[in-house]
Write a protein that binds this ligand. Structure first.
Ligand code: SF4
Length: 446
């Protein structure tokens, strides 16, 4: 069934200046697209306009000021960024009505200004990026969207009716964007899509040249190419098909983060069938055990739905038993709720709200116990972590096993009186000194 697609906010974009400014523009546009914004081809079709300016020489300043004036005249809502933004008074003298001015590479401030004017909508069942993740995307990590849409028809999901079947981006385009992000200072790429392991199916795995070698638009080839960029690469929304095994081998060689985000959603075969989940027939437990055997440090993150229509006590118990055996590191859980237009709404035997809530609580208790046990194994180990922010004597960082916003963090406490030299985006070598249910404690090494 097709349902009306909610209108996405549209952003007009004017990019002026040198290749560095172009990379900034690409970065901002990429993150906006990841967050569900569309780009408008003209001022009148845009809800607001971003002007990325140049301030290098007088003629570039004039050109930038003219571009801002044109955008204001034809649209009215304008955010200014880029080199001329480093001299805000110059802009305000001529155009006091601009909404916000930021300097070059202030991606996160531009995104925050856009959110303020045009809030993004968030649907936990539908969105790839968590709500809290879109408020501020620090410059050291970025989401890399490799495809849009989905060929599956999960009964609780309306993505295919909203966004259509899988449309993968050509591999050359994805890799150029990834390279641009790395050039702009990104140290961690978070690969996202609706179904990452299906990447390229629609393109019949069409090959393109990248760095002098043919690469096919295929999950493994893309993972391999990304692993050559020298940054952390984290894979989200992977399904447990057999070909994931090849990527586990790349992780074992230290070329990709040993991390998989697999939305299992349930473990009861009947519920998975009712959900029409991809890979429902796979023996997921034996696959997880085999991966862990070859890669003991593999972190597995997943999401689940409890209280799906018709879920019996016994089927919920099957899920809990599966969880005990799977020992997943990071787990999110939603109580089933009807999404307008989803096929599952027509299924019989809805689960009463209080039963859903009780199952959710039991599920999360088990997930927390497992998470705590998995994290406790890390105490006493030395690790390299990526710093997300620094406040006073405490830095907040992440290990290879922590995706931003959805997983836990590492709190690095510096000895009293020692000056804090870390800043966001730095690598830090730490000794893990403690763990609770979700987070780790650490101290600087040496
Ligand atoms: S795999 Fe299922 S849940 Fe995920 S986007 Fe496709 S239809 Fe929706």
């Amino acid at each position: 069934m097709k349902i009306a697609k909610p209108r996405s906010p549209k952003i007009g974009f004017v990019s002026l200046g040198c290749p560095k400014a172009l990379v900034d523009s690409e970065r901002i546009l990429t993150q906006l697209r990841v967050q569900g914004y569309e780009t408008a081809s003209d001022y009148s079709g845009a809800d607001l306009v971003i002007v990325n300016t140049c301030g290098f020489i007088d003629s570039a300043v004039d050109e930038s000021l003219d571009a801002i004036g044109e955008a204001l005249a034809q649209n009215g809502k304008v955010i200014v960024t880029g080199c001329l933004g480093a001299q805000p008074q110059k802009i305000l003298d001529r155009h006091p009505q601009v909404l916000k001015i930021t300097g070059p590479q202030r991606y996160e401030e531009v995104l925050a200004a856009v959110h303020e004017q045009l809030p993004p909508t968030h649907e936990p069942f539908l969105d790839l990026v968590p709500a809290q993740g879109i408020k501020l995307t620090p410059r050291h990590y970025a989401y890399l969207k490799i495809s849009e849409g989905c060929n599956h028809r999960c009964s609780f999901c309306i993505i295919p009716s909203m966004r259509g079947d899988l449309v993968s981006r050509p591999i050359g385009e994805v890799m150029r964007e990834a390279e641009g992000l790395v050039r702009a200072g990104v140290k961690e790429l978070l690969v996202i899509s609706q179904d990452t392991s299906a990447y390229g199916v629609d393109l019949k795995y069409a090959a393109q040249d990248w760095r002098g070698r043919e690469r096919r638009a295929r999950f493994f080839d893309l993972s391999q190419a990304l692993s050559e960029l020298g940054v952390w690469v984290r894979l989200h929304y992977v399904y447990p098909y057999p070909h994931v095994d090849e990527v586990i081998a790349l992780m074992g060689e230290g070329r990709l983060l040993p991390y998989l985000d697999i939305p299992f959603q349930h473990a009861s075969p009947r519920i998975l069938k009712l959900m029409k989940r991809p890979a429902a027939a796979e023996n997921t437990l034996s696959r997880i055990h085999a991966w862990r055997k070859s890669l003991p440090d593999l972190t597995i993150r997943s999401t689940f739905i409890v209280g799906f229509p018709g879920e019996t006590d016994a089927e919920f118990d099957t899920l809990l038993q599966w969880m005990e055996q799977a020992q997943l590191d990071r787990v999110g859980c939603f109580e089933y709720s009807a999404v307008a237009g989803a096929a599952a709404n027509a299924l019989p035997d809805p689960v009463p709200a209080e039963v859903k809530a009780e199952r959710h609580a039991r599920f999360m208790q088990l997930a927390a116990r497992t998470s705590a046990a998995r994290l406790a194994r890390k105490v006493g180990r030395e690790m390299r972590v990526l710093v997300d922010r620094v406040e006073g004597q405490q830095a907040t960082a992440r290990t290879e096993g922590d995706a931003p916003e959805v997983d836990g963090v590492v709190h690095i406490r510096h000895p009293r009186g020692s000056a804090h030299k870390l800043k966001a985006g730095d690598w830090a070598d730490v000794l893990i000194t403690g763990a609770d249910e979700y987070d780790l404690e650490a101290k600087p090494r040496g």
